[in-house]
Design a protein around this ligand. Structure first.
Ligand code: ADP
Ligand code: MG
Length: 200
């Protein structure tokens, strides 16, 4: 990935999060405390502000630095988890990753998020999008297909009962609403896939 690509990808991610901040807030208002849109916007604007600095680094270091910045700026439960995702990805990825390396690194990063959150798939969290996206990558799906997998996976959290995070306090009443972190994860997957340039 070129420096220009990474800077462009960061800007696209920040644009997407900003454009959907109200939606993410509304989702988090329904079954959480309503700060997810603001949390993500604050974090991704902070990353955008230093995009050129990050883009000048080799990809592994850039991802680690982005993860550190997200931990410091997103806040809430999701900040350390998204931060862990990027930091672990940076630790495992090569400077010029092929699909196999990206898939393996992404798998390790998901494991790191699960360890940090003491969570697993099926608990109505960001993991319910991350894992299907990993599996689609491993299955050789196209970028367009992976975006569809991410959207469907976020949609599938509507029917789930939350077992982690604030939404779990609601028990059965968490059913019927999309998980905010699952939605923001699907938005980021779309942005990355589009920036990589294979999405029709
Ligand atoms: P907070 O819950 O502290 O207000 P946010 O609203 O920013 O933080 O983020 C909430 C999102 O974080 C949830 O929608 C969920 O996807 C994710 N999340 C919360 N706790 C966990 C966890 N233990 N493991 C994985 N994801 C989690
Ligand atoms: Mg919240």
């Amino acid at each position: 990935m070129t420096a220009l690509n990474l800077a462009r990808m960061v800007a696209a991610a920040a644009d997407t999060i900003a454009a959907h901040a109200d939606e993410l807030t509304a989702l988090d208002q329904a079954i959480g405390d309503g700060d997810h849109g603001l949390n993500m916007k604050r974090g991704f604007e902070a990353v955008r502000a230093e995009a050129d600095l990050f883009a000048a680094k080799p990809l592994p270091d850039a991802l680690k630095a982005i993860g550190t910045k997200l931990v410091m700026t997103v806040g809430g439960a999701s900040g350390p988890l998204f931060g862990t995702l990027f930091m672990a990805l940076g630790k495992e990825i090569s400077a010029g990753p092929d699909r196999a390396n990206l898939t393996a690194a992404f798998g390790k990063a998901i494991e790191a998020v699960a360890a940090r959150g003491k969570s697993q798939v099926g608990q109505k969290t960001m993991l319910d999008v991350l894992q299907p996206v990993h599996d689609a990558l491993a299955d050789g799906k196209t970028a367009t297909e992976i975006v569809d997998v991410a959207d469907a996976a976020a949609e599938a959290t509507v029917a789930m009962k939350a077992l982690r995070g604030r939404a779990s306090f609601l028990g059965e009443r968490s059913i019927g609403h999309m998980d905010a972190g699952a939605r923001s994860t699907a938005l980021l997957v779309r942005t990355v896939a589009e920036a990589i340039g294979e999405v029709a």
